[in-house]
Design a protein around this ligand. Structure first.
Ligand code: P1T
Length: 386
């Protein structure tokens, strides 16, 4: 089925057998446990809600369908999803090659938990050039970790080419697809092995649920990660599963509007005298515009830009916005704006952050689905204050 059809129907086909009521929306199954008639086997297929819950299973099927994959797993946050992938694939003293531009919390997890506690080595490379990934692979490298587009610099990497390099080395590629959403990019079809999401963002889309997902087609990897989803226990609640599934039903519509507004804002900012550089893959001036056209079906709703001046100018601009909420997170219907150096990426030491290009003058915008002229008018008045 096409994306919009799966987004609405996958996992929610009405059931009429066995006394079921034919719900068109799978209800929120709050039961923490499920009774059985015999000790030997669960009568209705469910035992205990950490190991399996009908509302979460519905969402997991929907997540798999919209990424064009066989299996989906839902977690209590994006970082819980990432942690569970790490627990499943890494052992002490292993090594990972990762894109150097990543969500700050992902780098914190890698550096302070997997590296400091378990001795896992991380090589952060500029994956815009696939050769950098290739030359960083070592004998004990267990996987390649990518974001595309990246947080917060909106850089891209060639998922197909890097997957080829990685498979030649016999290791899987993991892509955090949060910024693109499965509507605009499907990494599994490009050759990646595992997709992770913070469903907190576009997938849920309404800034009212924190969640994460792991989506994949490889049966062995799925069994490993599913085992640890239950063993470590960072599952998504039934209520959040319901919210995320409801959000997915409008994902196609929302993403079209996010992109239309983001393009209008990126064009406006690119022509503004107080703006130094705008990063949006839909602009022909983006150094990877051609790659975006090749591997994405649209450019999503994230824009980052540098203001002329420094931290003081960025702070004044952010303080004077009225419509854009000054907040971490992204992908909701409402426009959000933030200062990566002091907010989402503050946990990365300044020298490491600046080496990648996250400067004090950088501002990141999650463009919502409001009226684009209203959004631009708000940017205009705030830019006039600096
Ligand atoms: O916040 P959580 O649901 O745990 O997801 C973590 C995460 C993972 N991957 C990417 C690309 C992300 O952007 C995030 C979370 N990011 C923010 C909160 C932010 O404002 O960038």
């Amino acid at each position: 089925m096409a994306f919009a059809t799966d987004a609405v129907h996958a996992g929610e086909e009405p059931v009429f057998t066995g006394g079921a009521s034919g719900d068109v929306v799978v209800p929120i199954h709050l039961s923490s446990t499920f009774a059985r008639k015999d000790v030997d086997a669960p009568t209705g297929g469910y035992e205990y809600s950490r190991s399996g819950n009908p509302t979460r299973f519905m969402l997991e099927k929907k997540l798999a369908a919209i990424e064009g994959a066989a299996y989906g797993l839902a977690f209590s946050s994006g970082l819980a999803a990432e942690t569970t992938v790490g627990l499943s694939l890494l052992k002490k003293d292993d090594h990972v090659v990762a894109f150097d531009d990543l969500y700050g919390g992902t780098r914190r997890l890698f550096n302070t938990v997997f590296h400091d506690n378990y001795g896992v080595g991380f090589s952060y490379v500029d994956a815009r050039n696939p050769e950098n990934v290739k030359s960083a692979i070592k004998r004990n490298t267990r996987f390649i970790w990518l974001e595309s587009p990246t947080n917060p610099l909106i850089r891209l990497c060639d998922i197909r080419e890097i997957s080829g390099i990685s498979h030649d080395a016999g290791i899987p590629v993991i892509v955090d697809n949060t910024f693109a959403s499965p509507y605009f990019q499907q990494p599994i079809a490009l050759g990646a092995d595992i997709v992770v999401h913070s469903t907190t963002k576009y997938i849920n889309g309404h800034s009212d649920s924190v969640g994460g997902a792991v989506i994949l087609s490889d049966e062995d990897l799925y069994q490993k990660i599913r085992f640890n989803q239950n063993a470590a226990g960072a599952i998504l609640s039934p209520f959040d599963s319901f919210l995320v599934a409801r959000g997915i039903k409008t994902l196609a519509l929302r993403m079209e509007r996010h992109m239309k507004n983001a393009l209008a804002i990126a064009e406006y900012l690119a022509g503004h005298e107080k703006v130094r550089e705008v990063s949006y893959p839909g602009l022909p001036s983006h150094p990877q515009h051609a790659l975006a056209q090749k591997q994405m079906s649209g450019f999503s709703g994230m824009v980052s830009f540098e203001l002329k001046g420094g931290k003081a100018e960025a702070r004044r601009f952010l303080k004077n916005l009225n419509l854009f909420a000054l907040a971490e997170s992204l992908g909701g219907v409402e426009s959000l704006i933030e200062h990566p150096a002091t907010m989402t990426h503050a946990s990365i030491p300044k020298n490491e952050r600046e080496k990648v290009g996250v400067k004090d003058s950088l501002v990141r915008v999650s463009v919502g689905i409001e009226n684009a002229e209203d959004l631009i008018a708000d940017l205009e008045q705030a830019l006039a204050t600096i």
